[in-house]
Design a protein around this ligand. Structure first.
Ligand code: GLA
Length: 673
C-alpha cells in the first residue's frame, strides 16, 4: 500500500539545496541567508552529515548551533528539510561499537574516515539511529520552519551489502520468514545442484567470497534481504519521527544508479518521493539518461509530484572525468526534471566545501564566489522557478510504459549469463531513447501493474518474469494492449529457475513464439535481418525461434539463425504481442517501432532534433515544458502563455539555442469545446 503523498508546506516550486553551515564560521551564515534570499532559495536540507556535532558523545546532545541555524533560516523565510544524520555515524559510535561496522564480502570490517560504514543489521546502529531521529523530531517536530524530514542519505551507498555476523544472523531469520521450512528453501534455491543441500538454518552463510560462482537464487535473495534491511532502518527512523512530528518524510533515492534499492517498495514507504541525479559525463546524450531517471522517479511514486533533492550546478567530483556544465545546461537539466514531474529543484550543495573529499564538486556558490556564471545562473533559475508556482501539482500523462523491475535487473546482472553483452540498462536505454527522440512520454511500470492505461508496453529486458506477471502481461494484450518484448525475457521465475517449457514459455500465448536456443554472437560479429524488404544490422544476440502462431515480420539473413524468424507479431485477443529476438541498431529499432506505433495508434510528436517537450496536466490547464538541447533556435506551433517570458504566444513558440520555455496551454478537451 502506498502512503498518501504529502507535500511539504512551501510556496510554489521548492528551490534550494544541501546546506552545511557547520563547515563555516558563524559570520558566513548571515551572508548565506542573504544570498539565499537573493537567489530565491526557499528550502534547504540541513544536518545530513552532522551527527557528531549534535550527539557529541553517546546520549549527550548539543542542539545549540542547530537551534541557531534553524532560527536564522526561519527568520529569513527559508524552510528547512531536516536531515537525520544516520548515513554517517560519528567516530565515538564506532569506538563504542566496533562490531557495528559493515564487513565486505572478503571479510574486511570497514574503517572510519569516509562515510556510511555502519552495518544496517547491527542492533547498536539501529538503536543509535532511532535515538538521534527521536531526539531531532522531539525538538524540531513542530518547528514552523521544518516542513520536511530527510531521513539518512542515499540508502545503499556507499555500502549496502554487509557480511558481518549481525548481517548473517538477520539473513538466516529473513530466510526463515521467507521460506518457513528448509525443504522450501532447498527447492527454491535448487540446492540439489552442486550438492548444496542445507539441513540446518545455521549452516546457511551470506554469499561471501567463494571458490566459484555462487548459487544465483541465493544471491538474488541476498539482494532482496539487503534491500529489506536498509528499508527497515528507514522505517524505524520514519516511525520514530512520526511519533513527534506530522511533517512529511522522505529519503533521497538514486534512480539513475539502478542500485540495491527496489524503489517501487521504497516509494510506498515515503510521504514524498525525492531523488538525487547526477549526469554521467561520459554520456554524450546525458539528457536522455536524465529523462529516464526522472521518469522512473515519478513512476515509482505512481505519478505524484516529487523533489529533485540533489543535482549539480556544474561538475561532480567522483567520475573519471568530471565535465563542467556549460551555460544554460543547469537550467536545461532542471527543467527536464520539472517537466517530468519534479516540483522541487535542489542541489548538492549550497556553498562549495573548502575541505574534505568533495571540494572539487560544484555548488550553488562556487569557490569563485558570487561574481560567477554559476551563481548568476542559480539566481536566474530561482527567479524562473518563482514564476511557476501554478505548475505545482500538475501531472505527467504517458501513453507508453516501459517495464523496469529491479529484481529482474539484479538477477540478470548475476554471473554466468549466456553473454557478457547482455545488458539490462542498455536495452532499456535503447528503447527509451527511440521514444525520447520521437517525443513520446514514457512511464515505467512493473509487470504486475495494471497496464490498461497504456497503449503500448515495452519489456526491453524482463529476464525474470514470474508466471503470475506473465499472465498479467498476456491479459493486457488479450484486452487490446500492444506489448513489445525484447530478447532474453521471461527466461526465469522469481527463484532464477528456468521456466518449465523453456525460455519465454510463459509469454508464448501473447507472443506466439517460443525460444528453442539462445545464439549469442561473438564480439563484433554482425548479423542481419530483413524487415519490409530493408536489410537491418543486428549484433550481440540471435535466437532459434519456434513460431507457433505469430506472423514473421523480419527474418535473419546472416548469422547463426539465418533463415529463421527474428521479429514477430502476434495477434492475441484484441491486442498484439511483438517479439524482437535480437539487438538492432538505432535505425533498425526505429523501423521496428514505427510498425509497433501503428498497432498502438501512436505518432511521433514531430519535434525538431534535440528538442524535448513534455506536458504536465493541471486542473485548469496543461503546461508544456520545452527544452532546446540543440544549438539552433527552434519554433514550435503552440498557443498559450509563455510563463517565463510572461508573454502570450501568437500561435508560435520560439526557443533560442540551449534555452527553455514553459507554456500554459488549454487542455485538449477544452480546445474541442
Ligand atoms: C551524493 C550525496 C551527497 C554528495 C553528492 C556529491 O548525491 O548524497 O552527499 O556526496 O553525492 O556528488
Amino acid at each position: 500500500m502506498h502512503a498518501t503523498p504529502r507535500w511539504p508546506d512551501l510556496p510554489g516550486i521548492a528551490f534550494g539545496g544541501d546546506y552545511t553551515p557547520e563547515q563555516w564560521p558563524r559570520d558566513v551564515w548571515d551572508e548565506d541567508v542573504a544570498l539565499m534570499r537573493e537567489a530565491g532559495v526557499n528550502l534547504v536540507s540541513i544536518g545530513i552529515f552532522a551527527w557528531g556535532l549534535i550527539e557529541v558523545r553517546e546520549g549527550e546532545f548539543d542542539f545549540t548551533w542547530l537551534d541557531e541555524v534553524i532560527a536564522l533560516l526561519h527568520a529569513n523565510g527559508i524552510r528547512v528539510d531536516l536531515g537525520t544524520p544516520t548515513a554517517s555515524p560519528p567516530a565515538w559510535f564506532f569506538a563504542n561499537h566496533p562490531d557495528a561496522r559493515a564487513v565486505t564480502r572478503d571479510g574486511v570490517p570497514l574503517g572510519f574516515g569516509a562515510r556510511g560504514m555502519a552495518s544496517h543489521s547491527a542492533p547498536a546502529y539501529r538503536e543509535a539511529s532511532v535515538r538521534i531521529a527521536t531526539a531531532l523530531a522531539a525538538r524540531y517536530g513542530d518547528h514552523p520552519a521544518v516542513v520536511l524530514w530527510h531521513v539518512h542519505n542515499e540508502y545503499g551507498v556507499p555500502v549496502g551489502e554487509d557480511f558481518s555476523p549481525h548481517a548473517v544472523r538477520e539473513w538466516r531469520r529473513w530466510l526463515e520468514r521467507r521460506y518457513g521450512t528448509l525443504d522450501a528453501l532447498n527447492a527454491a534455491w535448487g540446492t540439489a545442484f552442486w550438492g548444496q543441500h542445507y539441513g540446518e538454518w545455521d549452516h546457511i552463510g551470506a554469499p561471501a567470497t567463494a571458490p566459484s560462482t555462487i548459487n544465483p537464487a541465493q544471491l538474488l535473495d541476498f539482494a532482496r534481504f539487503t534491500d529489506d534491511q536498509l528499508r527497515a532502518c528507514f522505517i524505524a527512523e520514519r516511525d520514530a519521527i512520526r511519533a513527534h512530528s506530522d511533517r512529511p518524510i522522505t529519503t533521497n533515492f538514486m534512480a539513475n544508479q539502478h542500485g540495491g534499492c527496489d524503489l517501487w517498495k521504497w516509494a510506498a514507504e515515503v510521504d514524498v518521493v525525492s531523488d538525487d541525479h547526477y549526469l554521467w559525463a561520459a554520456d554524450e546524450d546525458a539528457e536522455i539518461g536524465l529523462a529516464i531517471a526522472a521518469d522512473l522517479t515519478r513512476s515509482v511514486g505512481r505519478g505524484a509530484p516529487w523533489i529533485l533533492m540533489e543535482h549539480s550546478t556544474s561538475a561532480v567530483n567522483w567520475q573519471p572525468r568530471n565535465i563542467a556544465k556549460r551555460a544554460g545546461e543547469m537550467a536545461r537539466n532542471s527543467f527536464s526534471h520539472l517537466g517530468r514531474g519534479a516540483d522541487g529543484i535542489l542541489f548538492f550543495q549550497w556553498r562549495a566545501s573548502r575541505s574534505g573529499a568533495e571540494k572539487f564538486h560544484s555548488a550553488m556558490i562556487p569557490h569563485a564566489g558570487t561574481s560567477s556564471r554559476v551563481f548568476r545562473e542559480v539566481t536566474a533559475l530561482g527567479g524562473d522557478l518563482g514564476r511557476l508556482g501554478e505548475v505545482r501539482g500538475s501531472r505527467v500523462v504517458a501513453d507508453v510504459a516501459i517495464l523496469w523491475d529491479f529484481e529482474s535487473f539484479w538477477a540478470q546482472g548475476l554471473e554466468w549469463r549466456p553473454s557478457e553483452d547482455l545488458d539490462h540498462s542498455e536495452r532499456v536505454r535503447a528503447y527509451y531513447e527511440r521514444l525520447w527522440r520521437d517525443g513520446i512520454t514514457v512511464d515505467f511500470a512493473l509487470p504486475s501493474h495494471d497496464l490498461s492505461p497504456y497503449r503500448l508496453v515495452i519489456a526491453p529486458a524482463q529476464y525474470l518474469l514470474s508466471a503470475a506477471d506473465a499472465a498479467n502481461l498476456t491479459a493486457y494484450v488479450a484486452s487490446g494492449g500492444v506489448l513489445v518484448t525484447s530478447f532474453f525475457s521471461a527466461v526465469v521465475d522469481e527463484n532464477d529457475a528456468v521456466h518449465p517449457g523453456g525460455f519465454g514459455a510463459p509469454l508464448e500465448p501473447a507472443l506466439g513464439v517460443r525460444v528453442e536456443e539462445h545464439l549469442p554472437l561473438r564480439h563484433s560479429q554482425a548479423g542481419e535481418i530483413v524487415l519490409d524488404g530493408a536489410a537491418l544490422a543486428v549484433d550481440v544476440w540471435q535466437e532459434d525461434l519456434v513460431v507457433t502462431s505469430a506472423e514473421v515480420r523480419a527474418a535473419y539473413t546472416a548469422g547463426p539463425a539465418a533463415g529463421g524468424a527474428a521479429v514477430t507479431r502476434n495477434v492475441h485477443g484484441d491486442g498484439v504481442g511483438w517479439y524482437v529476438s535480437t539487438r538492432p541498431d538505432a535505425a533498425g529499432l526505429a523501423a521496428i517501432l514505427a510498425s509497433v506505433y501503428r498497432d498502438a495508434g501512436l505518432r511521433p510528436a514531430g519535434l525538431p532534433a534535440g528538442v524535448e517537450a513534455i506536458t504536465r496536466r493541471g486542473a485548469d490547464a496543461d503546461y508544456r515544458v520545452v527544452i532546446n538541447h540543440s544549438g539552433e533556435r527552434v519554433s514550435l506551433e503552440m498557443s498559450g502563455t509563455d510563463l517565463l517570458a510572461q508573454a502570450d504566444l501568437e500561435g508560435v513558440l520560439t526557443v533560442e539555442a540551449g534555452a527553455v520555455a514553459v507554456v500554459r496551454t488549454s487542455h485538449p478537451q477544452q480546445e474541442q469545446q
